[in-house]
Ligand binder design. Structure first.
Ligand SMILES: [Zn+2]
Length: 107
């Protein structure tokens, strides 16, 4: 318990140590907590951005917006799949049409 990462050497150090035993970094604790704080501030900013964006795009909530984004992504994936497989799809359709045509004229 109480292990944090030294940002200079990327190895774990006990919170109680007064310097990093791996690289001798004396500021490992401050560096870690500064980064932690920056990360938290970044998270808050992201959340505020999302709320702002949802408002601008007239979504009732951030969840609604995220859901819509996911649906959009999914549709894009399907579209990309169709584009990637367009040759196969065309060939398959051609074979089906050919077989239907052959069947129709074989009677
Ligand atoms: Zn270190």
């Amino acid at each position: 318990m109480g292990l944090i990462k030294c940002l200079d050497c990327d190895r774990h150090v006990s919170l109680n140590a007064d310097h990093c035993p791996h690289c001798g970094n004396k500021r490992f604790r401050e560096q870690y907590f500064e980064r932690q704080k920056r990360w938290e501030e970044e998270e808050i900013r992201k959340k505020e951005n999302d709320i702002q964006k949802a408002k601008e795009l007239k979504f009732s909530s951030v969840e609604e917006m995220k859901k819509a984004e996911k649906t959009k992504e999914k549709n894009l994936e399907i579209f990309e799949w169709v584009v990637d497989n367009s040759t196969n799809i065309v060939i398959t359709l051609a074979i089906i049409i050919f077989l239907l045509w052959k069947f129709a004229f074989s009677r």
